[in-house]
Design a protein around this ligand. Sequence first.
Ligand code: MG
Length: 301
Amino acid sequence: MRIASIQHGGTVRLAIVDDGCFRVAPAAITDLRDVMAPGDGLRAFAEACHAGDTFVFDPSLLRAPLLRIQRDILCAGWNYWDHFEEGRGRREGQEVDRPQRPTFFTKGPDAVVGPQDPIAFDAAVSTRWDYEVEVAVIIGRDGRSIPPERALDHVFGYCLANDISLRDLQRAHGGQWLKGKSIDRTMPLGPWITTADAVDPAAIDIACEVNGELLQSASTALMAFDLPTLIAELSWGMTLRAGDVLLTGTPAGVGNARTPPRYLSEGDVVISRSPQLGEMRNRMTSVDLHSYEAGSAAGTM
Ligand code: MG
Protein backbone atom coordinates (compact mmCIF):
# COMPACT_ATOMS: atom_id res chain seq x y z
CA MET A 1 0.00 0.00 0.00
CA ARG A 2 1.16 3.54 -0.76
CA ILE A 3 0.04 6.23 1.69
CA ALA A 4 0.37 9.90 0.76
CA SER A 5 -0.54 13.26 2.23
CA ILE A 6 -2.34 15.36 -0.36
CA GLN A 7 -3.70 18.87 -0.61
CA HIS A 8 -7.47 18.52 -0.51
CA GLY A 9 -9.29 21.82 -0.66
CA GLY A 10 -7.94 23.93 2.15
CA THR A 11 -6.54 21.05 4.17
CA VAL A 12 -4.01 18.23 3.90
CA ARG A 13 -5.46 14.73 4.07
CA LEU A 14 -4.07 11.23 4.07
CA ALA A 15 -4.82 9.17 0.97
CA ILE A 16 -3.99 5.85 -0.61
CA VAL A 17 -2.22 6.09 -3.96
CA ASP A 18 -3.76 3.52 -6.31
CA ASP A 19 -3.26 3.09 -10.03
CA GLY A 20 -4.08 6.50 -11.43
CA CYS A 21 -5.98 7.80 -8.41
CA PHE A 22 -5.97 9.01 -4.84
CA ARG A 23 -8.42 7.41 -2.39
CA VAL A 24 -8.85 10.01 0.31
CA ALA A 25 -9.03 9.08 3.99
CA PRO A 26 -11.81 10.42 6.21
CA ALA A 27 -11.03 13.84 7.68
CA ALA A 28 -11.13 12.31 11.16
CA ILE A 29 -7.89 10.42 10.44
CA THR A 30 -5.35 13.18 10.89
CA ASP A 31 -2.32 11.35 12.19
CA LEU A 32 -0.56 8.47 10.51
CA ARG A 33 0.40 7.16 13.94
CA ASP A 34 -3.24 6.17 14.45
CA VAL A 35 -2.93 3.97 11.37
CA MET A 36 0.28 2.44 12.73
CA ALA A 37 -1.30 1.31 15.98
CA PRO A 38 -1.04 -2.43 16.62
CA GLY A 39 -4.04 -4.44 15.53
CA ASP A 40 -6.02 -3.84 12.41
CA GLY A 41 -5.31 -0.11 12.05
CA LEU A 42 -3.89 -0.41 8.56
CA ARG A 43 -6.69 -2.64 7.29
CA ALA A 44 -9.35 -0.31 8.75
CA PHE A 45 -7.57 2.65 7.14
CA ALA A 46 -7.61 0.94 3.75
CA GLU A 47 -11.31 0.14 4.04
CA ALA A 48 -12.12 3.72 5.02
CA CYS A 49 -10.14 5.10 2.08
CA HIS A 50 -11.84 2.75 -0.39
CA ALA A 51 -15.22 3.92 0.88
CA GLY A 52 -14.25 7.60 0.52
CA ASP A 53 -13.68 10.14 -2.24
CA THR A 54 -11.50 9.25 -5.22
CA PHE A 55 -9.56 11.73 -7.36
CA VAL A 56 -7.40 11.43 -10.43
CA PHE A 57 -3.73 11.16 -9.42
CA ASP A 58 -2.00 14.55 -9.62
CA PRO A 59 1.60 14.76 -8.34
CA SER A 60 1.26 18.50 -7.70
CA LEU A 61 -1.12 17.68 -4.82
CA LEU A 62 1.46 15.58 -2.94
CA ARG A 63 2.74 16.95 0.35
CA ALA A 64 5.35 15.53 2.73
CA PRO A 65 3.85 12.17 3.73
CA LEU A 66 4.05 12.82 7.49
CA LEU A 67 1.85 15.71 8.58
CA ARG A 68 3.77 16.14 11.81
CA ILE A 69 7.42 15.43 12.44
CA GLN A 70 7.60 14.83 16.18
CA ARG A 71 11.33 15.22 16.69
CA ASP A 72 14.58 15.56 14.77
CA ILE A 73 15.01 13.38 11.73
CA LEU A 74 17.30 10.48 12.69
CA CYS A 75 20.08 9.83 10.19
CA ALA A 76 22.86 7.41 9.36
CA GLY A 77 26.00 8.80 7.73
CA TRP A 78 28.67 7.02 5.68
CA ASN A 79 26.43 4.01 5.19
CA TYR A 80 27.65 3.11 1.70
CA TRP A 81 31.40 2.43 1.59
CA ASP A 82 31.74 3.85 -1.91
CA HIS A 83 30.43 7.16 -0.56
CA PHE A 84 32.76 6.99 2.44
CA GLU A 85 35.71 6.35 0.14
CA GLU A 86 34.85 9.09 -2.37
CA GLY A 87 35.09 11.59 0.48
CA ARG A 88 38.66 10.63 1.43
CA GLY A 89 40.93 13.67 1.30
CA ARG A 90 37.96 16.00 0.89
CA ARG A 91 37.02 16.41 4.55
CA GLU A 92 39.31 19.38 5.05
CA GLY A 93 41.24 18.18 8.05
CA GLN A 94 38.37 16.16 9.47
CA GLU A 95 39.47 12.78 8.10
CA VAL A 96 38.48 9.61 9.97
CA ASP A 97 39.08 5.87 9.53
CA ARG A 98 36.31 3.60 8.30
CA PRO A 99 33.82 3.36 11.17
CA GLN A 100 33.34 -0.05 12.76
CA ARG A 101 29.76 0.75 13.78
CA PRO A 102 27.05 2.94 12.20
CA THR A 103 27.48 6.72 12.30
CA PHE A 104 24.41 8.65 13.48
CA PHE A 105 23.32 12.28 13.55
CA THR A 106 20.06 14.23 13.38
CA LYS A 107 18.47 16.95 11.27
CA GLY A 108 15.99 19.58 12.42
CA PRO A 109 12.38 18.89 11.38
CA ASP A 110 11.95 22.34 9.77
CA ALA A 111 14.16 21.02 6.95
CA VAL A 112 11.32 18.85 5.61
CA VAL A 113 9.50 19.77 2.38
CA GLY A 114 7.18 17.78 0.13
CA PRO A 115 8.07 15.74 -2.95
CA GLN A 116 7.23 18.52 -5.43
CA ASP A 117 8.10 21.56 -3.30
CA PRO A 118 10.91 24.04 -3.91
CA ILE A 119 14.16 23.41 -2.06
CA ALA A 120 15.19 26.64 -0.34
CA PHE A 121 18.44 28.10 -1.70
CA ASP A 122 20.36 31.11 -0.41
CA ALA A 123 23.97 31.66 -1.50
CA ALA A 124 24.46 33.96 1.48
CA VAL A 125 23.98 30.99 3.82
CA SER A 126 26.25 28.55 1.96
CA THR A 127 28.14 28.24 -1.31
CA ARG A 128 28.31 24.42 -1.26
CA TRP A 129 24.82 22.96 -1.60
CA ASP A 130 24.96 19.22 -2.26
CA TYR A 131 22.45 16.43 -2.95
CA GLU A 132 22.17 13.01 -1.21
CA VAL A 133 19.40 10.66 -2.27
CA GLU A 134 18.49 8.20 0.50
CA VAL A 135 15.91 5.69 1.63
CA ALA A 136 13.91 6.98 4.61
CA VAL A 137 12.45 4.48 7.06
CA ILE A 138 9.25 5.30 8.93
CA ILE A 139 9.23 3.63 12.33
CA GLY A 140 5.81 2.14 13.11
CA ARG A 141 6.18 0.76 16.60
CA ASP A 142 7.97 2.02 19.72
CA GLY A 143 10.95 0.02 20.86
CA ARG A 144 14.22 0.18 22.77
CA SER A 145 17.24 -2.10 22.41
CA ILE A 146 15.52 -3.79 19.49
CA PRO A 147 17.38 -6.97 18.46
CA PRO A 148 18.30 -7.15 14.75
CA GLU A 149 15.99 -10.10 14.17
CA ARG A 150 13.04 -8.03 15.43
CA ALA A 151 14.05 -4.77 13.77
CA LEU A 152 11.87 -5.00 10.67
CA ASP A 153 8.81 -5.61 12.91
CA HIS A 154 9.24 -1.97 13.96
CA VAL A 155 9.18 -0.55 10.42
CA PHE A 156 5.92 0.88 9.11
CA GLY A 157 7.20 1.75 5.66
CA TYR A 158 9.69 3.43 3.38
CA CYS A 159 9.99 6.54 1.25
CA LEU A 160 12.67 8.67 -0.38
CA ALA A 161 14.51 11.62 1.11
CA ASN A 162 17.12 13.96 -0.24
CA ASP A 163 19.53 14.89 2.56
CA ILE A 164 20.55 18.23 1.03
CA SER A 165 23.85 19.10 2.70
CA LEU A 166 25.69 22.40 2.99
CA ARG A 167 29.30 21.23 2.99
CA ASP A 168 30.89 24.46 4.19
CA LEU A 169 28.55 24.59 7.19
CA GLN A 170 29.37 20.94 7.96
CA ARG A 171 33.05 21.85 8.19
CA ALA A 172 32.68 25.22 9.92
CA HIS A 173 31.02 24.15 13.14
CA GLY A 174 33.16 21.47 14.72
CA GLY A 175 32.93 18.86 12.02
CA GLN A 176 29.43 17.85 13.14
CA TRP A 177 26.58 17.37 10.68
CA LEU A 178 23.58 18.93 12.42
CA LYS A 179 24.12 22.49 11.20
CA GLY A 180 24.96 21.70 7.59
CA LYS A 181 21.91 19.45 7.20
CA SER A 182 19.20 21.32 9.10
CA ILE A 183 18.60 24.45 7.03
CA ASP A 184 14.90 25.27 6.71
CA ARG A 185 12.97 23.70 3.83
CA THR A 186 15.83 21.79 2.27
CA MET A 187 14.93 18.09 2.74
CA PRO A 188 12.40 16.63 0.29
CA LEU A 189 10.52 13.65 1.76
CA GLY A 190 8.13 11.42 -0.16
CA PRO A 191 6.53 11.01 -2.60
CA TRP A 192 4.48 8.70 -0.34
CA ILE A 193 5.09 5.95 2.22
CA THR A 194 5.20 2.45 0.77
CA THR A 195 4.19 0.06 3.55
CA ALA A 196 6.77 -2.43 4.74
CA ASP A 197 4.91 -5.47 3.41
CA ALA A 198 5.43 -4.22 -0.16
CA VAL A 199 9.21 -3.65 -0.13
CA ASP A 200 12.38 -5.65 0.52
CA PRO A 201 14.60 -3.09 2.30
CA ALA A 202 17.73 -4.91 1.11
CA ALA A 203 16.80 -4.45 -2.55
CA ILE A 204 15.65 -0.87 -3.04
CA ASP A 205 17.18 0.96 -6.01
CA ILE A 206 17.72 4.70 -5.59
CA ALA A 207 18.96 7.37 -7.99
CA CYS A 208 19.47 11.12 -8.09
CA GLU A 209 19.44 13.29 -11.21
CA VAL A 210 20.17 16.98 -11.47
CA ASN A 211 18.89 18.74 -14.59
CA GLY A 212 18.53 15.35 -16.28
CA GLU A 213 22.08 14.17 -15.50
CA LEU A 214 22.26 10.91 -13.54
CA LEU A 215 24.65 11.53 -10.62
CA GLN A 216 23.83 8.77 -8.11
CA SER A 217 22.54 5.25 -8.70
CA ALA A 218 22.76 2.36 -6.24
CA SER A 219 20.94 -0.37 -4.38
CA THR A 220 20.40 -0.68 -0.64
CA ALA A 221 22.11 -4.07 -1.05
CA LEU A 222 25.33 -2.02 -0.95
CA MET A 223 24.73 -0.53 2.49
CA ALA A 224 27.68 -0.73 4.87
CA PHE A 225 25.30 -1.58 7.74
CA ASP A 226 21.97 -3.12 6.77
CA LEU A 227 18.67 -1.84 8.08
CA PRO A 228 18.30 -4.36 10.95
CA THR A 229 21.78 -3.37 12.14
CA LEU A 230 20.98 0.35 11.93
CA ILE A 231 17.77 -0.07 13.94
CA ALA A 232 19.38 -2.34 16.51
CA GLU A 233 22.36 -0.03 17.08
CA LEU A 234 20.32 3.21 17.10
CA SER A 235 17.72 1.84 19.50
CA TRP A 236 20.34 0.46 21.90
CA GLY A 237 19.28 2.07 25.17
CA MET A 238 17.30 4.73 23.26
CA THR A 239 13.60 4.44 22.44
CA LEU A 240 12.57 4.73 18.82
CA ARG A 241 8.98 5.85 18.51
CA ALA A 242 6.21 5.31 15.99
CA GLY A 243 6.41 8.17 13.52
CA ASP A 244 10.17 8.60 13.78
CA VAL A 245 11.96 9.04 10.46
CA LEU A 246 15.35 7.38 9.90
CA LEU A 247 17.47 8.30 6.88
CA THR A 248 19.75 5.43 5.92
CA GLY A 249 22.66 7.12 4.16
CA THR A 250 23.57 8.07 0.62
CA PRO A 251 25.62 6.18 -1.98
CA ALA A 252 28.54 7.55 -4.03
CA GLY A 253 28.22 10.34 -6.54
CA VAL A 254 27.64 13.40 -4.36
CA GLY A 255 28.68 16.76 -5.79
CA ASN A 256 31.34 17.45 -3.16
CA ALA A 257 33.33 14.38 -4.23
CA ARG A 258 33.38 15.25 -7.95
CA THR A 259 36.22 16.88 -9.84
CA PRO A 260 35.41 19.67 -10.21
CA PRO A 261 32.78 19.69 -7.45
CA ARG A 262 29.20 19.81 -8.66
CA TYR A 263 27.22 21.98 -6.23
CA LEU A 264 23.57 22.93 -6.59
CA SER A 265 22.39 26.41 -7.46
CA GLU A 266 19.25 28.40 -8.16
CA GLY A 267 17.02 26.74 -10.75
CA ASP A 268 18.59 23.27 -10.62
CA VAL A 269 15.97 20.51 -10.70
CA VAL A 270 16.79 17.65 -8.33
CA ILE A 271 15.04 14.36 -9.06
CA SER A 272 15.16 11.59 -6.46
CA ARG A 273 13.73 8.33 -7.72
CA SER A 274 13.29 4.68 -6.99
CA PRO A 275 11.38 2.04 -8.97
CA GLN A 276 10.09 0.72 -5.64
CA LEU A 277 9.32 4.02 -3.88
CA GLY A 278 8.41 6.58 -6.56
CA GLU A 279 9.86 9.90 -7.66
CA MET A 280 10.34 13.39 -6.21
CA ARG A 281 11.06 16.46 -8.32
CA ASN A 282 12.28 19.56 -6.49
CA ARG A 283 13.65 22.83 -7.86
CA MET A 284 16.32 24.87 -6.08
CA THR A 285 14.52 28.16 -5.44
CA SER A 286 15.99 31.36 -4.02
CA VAL A 287 14.71 32.33 -0.60
CA ASP A 288 16.10 34.82 1.89
CA LEU A 289 17.24 32.55 4.72
CA HIS A 290 19.87 34.93 6.11
CA SER A 291 17.86 38.02 7.12
CA TYR A 292 16.63 38.22 10.68
CA GLU A 293 13.08 37.01 11.00
CA ALA A 294 11.14 36.51 14.19
CA GLY A 295 8.38 33.92 14.38
CA SER A 296 7.95 30.98 12.04
CA ALA A 297 10.64 31.21 9.38
CA ALA A 298 9.55 27.89 7.94
CA GLY A 299 6.13 29.33 7.10
CA THR A 300 7.26 32.20 4.93
CA MET A 301 8.15 30.55 1.63
MG1 MG B 1 23.00 11.79 4.21
